[in-house]
Design a protein around this ligand. Structure first.
Ligand code: PXL
Length: 268
């Protein structure tokens, strides 16, 4: 019996062979939301749960051709952008968004792995801020990324508000700063208002007692793309994605010797 096809979510991200973060993790997250995932790889990494030892961005023309070929065939209902790897790839993705104007673009500004390896070069940072922030509907930095991008230390709710204001005034339409590292795991949503103001809302969470946290940022941003694809308003989508990540943390297991992944498929 034929059913209506599911909505399609496109992920543009790096490859983490341990599948805790990056493209394969995103495809699991998208499947867990009962949507259809399509993907474009920006960079290969060599890594395990014990850390990243090499980053190899792919040829930017491969990224462009992959995206153009996919889009000519399948219209995505949302796009998640994660690790970009290099300034050239960031420019290519910015050109792609400008040419095709896709709905529900979620940009996770991935700068470094949790073990500290650089996942985007200096030119890439500049492209993120100059071109990609304004092309995305929502950006999802964690505390550290928000601090780097806004140029202020971010470690509590007042500094999250300050950083979010700087990012919105710098061109982002809306920002979710994910506060998983805070004691009450509070996230902050900031949206630009037509009068030039910034409206903020907080989502208080609960710290989950687990060390299996690899991929939380990727899981949150991919889930947000899925929830927006399903038509949820941004506030409800943020709340639903926060609950999804909580479940993925609560149901995680140790597959390796390092920082283990969240369980993306816990509710499938
Ligand atoms: O968690 C950030 C991240 C995103 N994407 C890829 C990664 C990592 C962290 O290691 O490898 C591909």
């Amino acid at each position: 019996m034929s059913e209506d096809p599911p909505k399609v979510v496109l992920t543009i991200a790096g490859f983490d062979p341990s599948s805790g973060a990056g493209i394969t993790a995103d495809l699991k997250t998208i499947a867990a939301h009962h949507l259809y995932g399509i993907a474009c790889i920006t960079a290969l990494t060599v890594q395990s749960t014990q850390g990243v030892s090499r980053v190899q961005p792919v040829d930017p023309t491969l990224v462009w051709e992959t995206l153009e070929t996919l889009i000519a065939d399948v219209p995505p209902a949302a796009v998640k952008i994660g690790m970009l790897g290099s300034g050239e790839i960031a420019e290519t993705v910015a050109d792609f968004l400008k040419s095709f104007r896709l709905p529900n673009v979620v940009l996770d500004p991935v700068l470094r792995s949790s073990s500290g390896t650089e996942l985007l070069d200096g030119t890439g940072w500049e492209v993120l801020q100059r071109r990609l922030f304004a092309s995305a509907d929502v950006i999802t930095p964690n505390l550290e990324e928000a601090g780097f991008l806004a140029g202020v230390p971010v470690r509590d709710l007042p500094s999250m508000r300050e950083a979010a204001g700087i990012l919105v005034r710098g061109g982002a339409k809306s920002v979710v700063i994910t506060g998983g590292h805070l004691d009450d795991a509070t996230d902050l949503l900031a949206e630009s208002e037509p009068n030039g103001g910034v409206a903020c809302r907080t989502f208080v969470g609960e710290k989950i007692a687990t060390m299996n946290t690899h991929g939380t940022g990727c899981a949150f941003s991919a889930s947000l793309a899925c929830n927006l694809a399903q038509g949820l308003p941004l506030t409800e989508a943020v709340q639903a994605s926060k609950s999804y990540v909580k479940g993925a943390l609560e149901n995680s297991y140790a597959i390796g010797k390092g920082v283990n992944p969240v369980n993306h498929l816990f509710r499938s």
